[in-house]
Structure formats: C-alpha cells, structure tokens
Design a protein around this ligand. Structure first.
Ligand code: NI
Length: 258
C-alpha cells in the first residue's frame, strides 16, 4: 500500500469535495495517511479527520509561519491532543526563514518548546525547514545529543544536499520525498534520493501542494504518489512495487504503526 506520511486534507482546497477525495484514496492504492497540522485551526480539523477515517492518523504542532499565534494555552491543547491514540507525531514544526513571518527568535523559541513536547510524549517530530538549513540542523543536533539520542522524526520536503541528508540519517532521522523529485529543477533532490540509505526514505504529498509532473501546479492528493514512487524506482534501479513496500515499512517504523 501507499503510505502518505505528510498531507494537509484539512486545507480549504479540499472544502468542496473532501469526503469524495478521501473516499477514493483506497481505489488509488493509498492505505495510510498522516494529516499534518500547521495552524491552530488545523488542530481540531485534524482530530476530526482521524476520528472519521480509519486510515487517517494525525500530527499536531504549529508551523513556523503560525507561531505568532502560539501561547501556553495552545501548548496545553497540543499536549492533550498528543495523548490521543491516533495522534502519532508532533508537527509540523521548525524554521521558515523564507517567509520570515514571525521574528526568528520567536520561531526558534517555539521550535525548541515543541521539540521538548515531543520528547516528553515520546513521539517523533515532523520538521519543516526552509532557507534555514544550518540553524535547523544545529537545533536538532543539540536536542538529539541532550536527549541522549531520543529525539527522532522526519525532515519533511527535504531540500538540502546529500551531505546534509547524511547528517540527519546518521542521527536516525527519515527524509521525506515528494513531488519535487519529479520536477526538472529537482536535480539536487534526485541526488539525495540516490545516496540515501533505503531504510530512511519515506514519501509524502504535502497536498494540496507540490503535485508531481505532469500535474505540477494543480491540486495534489495521495493517489499521485504513484508518480513519485515511479521516479524513485527509476533513480534507485528498483521496481515501483519494491519502493512502495519499503517506504510503507519505513513510514510504519517512523510513526510507530507496526
Ligand atoms: Ni506540510
């Protein structure tokens, strides 16, 4: 089965036909999806999706673009949600120095607090890092060492070099690969995919964003991951079936869904 490790089905892009799209995923070979929170509004929507759909799990956290709305009340809400059975990770959290919506010190503060929450709850983290490669790595490495190797998770929509990917996989982190690997300008990510340890590779849509070629720019959904799987198979000299099986196993290990 296809395991989509990172989707945003609570997004307004699905407001018109959410149930129809989610109801058709199984026919497209999709067996498991983790819906990832970004804003505080997405927390309850994600919880509802996990209750409505057996194949849907959730990650709760506040994305760096929205940390301006974070306070101790929302941290308490995250903490409560994290105890629910179908909430399997804290995310997406991290640093976004491309949009720079919240001041960088504010982004760092809430990133570190949400990493601490993940350690307290013994959950993996889903990391968002944009134009902040070195500082994200530095914070993760420090937290990893301070926690004596207990910090674990996935670097979502990985955009760094093969060398940076190795820094993460050496700490046991997974690398999330999606539609970008099919783009003409996705050369750096193709090199990362070729060099990665196979047991650290997971696939993700980040839908509604980042649809693979030839749907680039259109609304993405989990069934289009078959195009990402085909590209990875070509890069690794594997069959699509093998890539689908291995990425499912990896994603189950990442999120503790044995
Ligand atoms: Ni995302």
């Amino acid at each position: 089965m296809i395991f989509d490790t990172h989707a945003h089905y609570d997004d307004e892009a699905f407001d018109e036909d959410r149930d129809a799209v989610l109801g058709s995923l199984a026919d497209g070979g999709v067996g498991l999806v983790v819906n990832i929170c970004a804003s505080k509004e997405s927390l309850r929507k994600t919880e509802e999706l996990t209750k409505k759909y057996p194949f849907m799990y959730g990650a709760v956290g506040i994305h760096p673009d929205y940390v301006g709305e974070l306070d101790s009340g929302i941290m308490d809400e995250l903490s409560q949600l994290a105890d629910e059975e179908k909430i399997v990770a804290i995310g997406e959290i991290g640093l976004d120095y491309y949009w720079d919506i919240a001041p960088r010190e504010v982004q760092r503060k809430w990133f570190e607090q949400q990493l601490s929450l993940a350690l307290e709850k013994d959950l993996p983290v889903v990391i968002h890092s944009r134009e902040a490669t070195n500082e994200t790595l530095e914070i993760i490495r420090r937290t990893y060492l301070e926690s004596e190797g207990k910090l674990r998770g996935v670097i979502h929509c990985f955009s760094g070099s093969a060398e940076i990917a190795k820094e993460y996989t050496d700490m046991g982190f997974y690398i999330g690969v999606g539609g970008v690997v099919t783009f003409k300008n996705g050369k750096k990510l193709k090199e990362v995919v070729e060099a990665l340890p196979l047991d650290k590779l997971v696939i993700e849509t980040d839908c509604p964003y980042l649809a693979p070629v030839p749907y680039r720019g259109k609304r993405n959904d989990s069934t289009l991951l078959k195009l990402v799987i085909e590209e990875i198979a070509a890069l690794r000299g594997m069959t699509a079936e093998e890539v689908e099986r291995v990425t499912e196993e990896n994603a189950r290990r990442l999120y503790g869904l044995g």
